[in-house]
Design a protein around this ligand. Structure first.
Ligand code: ADP
Length: 441
């Protein structure tokens, strides 16, 4: 500041001195004015450089300026740098927020005051079929063309969510999206979307299940209470009474079997999968399974079935013995129940090409048409409803078998030819099978 002031004084003095030398007052004044002009020119050069520096976006980081202009440059540079850093950090934070919204399992769409799309995450784009670039700035109503959505936006009542068909929805692939708008800020809107297809499917399955169970229990219960009423109102001969009691006990047994199968299923669903520490000799329990099937055949078939156990490798299997036993026993008992009397049932096990185990049951029964095969392991799915009921079936046997197989890392397969018979197999991975001690000796 002092240098500047001294510079001005010096130029004024030099101008004045030149005028005094010339000897006239006018020339002295002209000299002082010239000195002031010179000073202004000299001072404007750094000012112009600073202005040019401020207006150039690609300006160099530093500028060699001295005095007041140097000081001004330095302070401006520092202030600009601070603002830049602040902007950078705000931008970084904005990117963090957007990345968090992007990672959200829900769809997020930010709308401006006119309901135009300002930003959307990938999940929302997938749910609503939006294009991240093309649809920016577009009115959301023009893009989500669903009557329920239009009515929702028109009503302005966003206190509840609505359900609409998701993008790419088809009858074979239902896609249900739940959507809610949350107003915020200055008339802006946050639109959240959620895929509720699985929830709806689970809910539908739960409803079907409850309806099925109620239906299965209602029939024997109606029969049972009918008999009770008859016995209460009529005095029956002893023989008749015994016949009625026999029929009542049959219905009670049917309900009991159903409840037992339901409990088994819920236990299988609710408990951790069996580990691989318990090893059981396969031949032992397969022999028991076959023995039990012969007993069943003797009770329900005349002539009895020819039930054989095919010889397999001496092996041990890892997992829950009781679960595997009940799964095989279900398959063999199905074979006996659905194969006409005198037919053949053959059970056995073998190692598969990948070193795993296949436990199979073949029969010479009626076979199953291909369209039923994919649904056989669904709860309460029956091909032959009356035969299932006649033989005390609950419709849950194969669902139990599938659960057991899956809990042991395996699966159930069915091969069947109508009129010739069926083969049901439980396939277990190699890790669940080892040669038994007897085979190693
Ligand atoms: P269910 O208690 O009715 O036998 P399952 O779940 O064990 O129920 O079997 C489902 C359906 O699959 C049965 O109702 C029957 O129609 C069919 N099924 C099962 N095993 C056989 C078989 N070995 N031969 C023919 N049909 C079978």
């Amino acid at each position: 500041m002092i240098v500047r002031f001294l510079g001005l004084l010096l130029l004024l003095a030099l101008g004045g001195a030149w005028g005094v030398l010339k000897g006239s007052v006018l020339q002295t004044l002209a000299g002082v004015f010239l000195g002031a002009l010179l000073w202004l020119v000299w001072d404007s050069v750094p000012a112009a450089r600073l202005l040019r520096w401020l207006s150039r976006p690609d300006a160099p980081a530093s500028l060699r300026l001295s005095g007041l202009w140097g000081e001004l440059f330095e302070r401006t540079r520092k202030r600009l740098r601070a603002l830049e850093q602040k902007a950078e950090s705000s931008d970084g934070r904005l990117q963090d927020f957007l990345a968090a919204l992007q990672a959200s399992p829900n769809g997020v769409v930010l709308l401006d005051a006119q309901s135009r799309i300002e930003w959307s995450n990938q999940t929302a784009q997938h749910h609503l079929g939006l294009d991240p670039e093309r649809d920016l700035g577009q009115y959301v109503r023009n893009l989500v063309r669903h009557p329920a959505f239009t009515a929702y936006m028109d009503s302005g009542d966003f206190g509840h969510e609505i359900e609409i068909d998701g993008a790419g929805q088809s009858t074979s692939q239902p896609h249900k999206i739940s959507l809610q708008v949350h107003p915020y800020g200055d008339q802006r809107q946050l639109m959240l979307t959620r895929d509720v297809t699985a929830v709806q499917l689970a809910e539908a399955m739960r409803r079907d299940f409850v309806a099925n169970v109620s239906h299965e229990i209602r029939t024997p219960l109606t029969v049972l209470s009918g008999f009770v009423e008859t016995m209460q109102s009529l005095s029956l001969e002893e023989e008749e009474r015994q016949r009625f009691l026999g029929l009542m006990s049959q219905q009670a047994l049917r309900m009991q079997t159903l409840v037992n199968d339901l409990l088994t299923l819920s236990r299988l669903e609710g408990s951790p999968a069996p580990g691989s520490s318990e090893w059981t000799d396969v031949r032992d329990w397969m022999q028991q399974v076959v023995q039990e099937a012969r007993g069943l055949s003797a009770a329900i078939a005349d002539p009895v079935h020819e039930i054989t156990l095919a010889s397999g490798p001496a092996s041990q299997v890892a997992g829950s013995r009781s679960e595997l036993y009940s799964a095989m026993s279900n398959l063999v008992s199905n074979a006996v129940r659905y194969t006409p009397p005198g037919g053949c049932v053959r059970a056995g096990w073998r190692t598969t090409a990948d070193g795993g185990a296949e436990f199979f049951v073949e029969d010479t029964g009626p076979g199953i048409a291909p369209e039923h095969l994919p649904r056989l392991t669904e709860r309460f799915y029956r091909v032959d409803r009356s035969r299932s009921r006649e033989t005390g079936g609950t419709g849950l046997g194969l669902a139990i078998v599938k659960h057991v197989a899956q809990r042991h890392g395996g699966q159930v397969t069915v091969r069947s030819t109508v009129g010739q018979g069926s083969t049901f197999s439980i396939l277990l991975p190699a890790s669940r099978l080892r040669p038994s001690a007897a085979a190693l000796n």
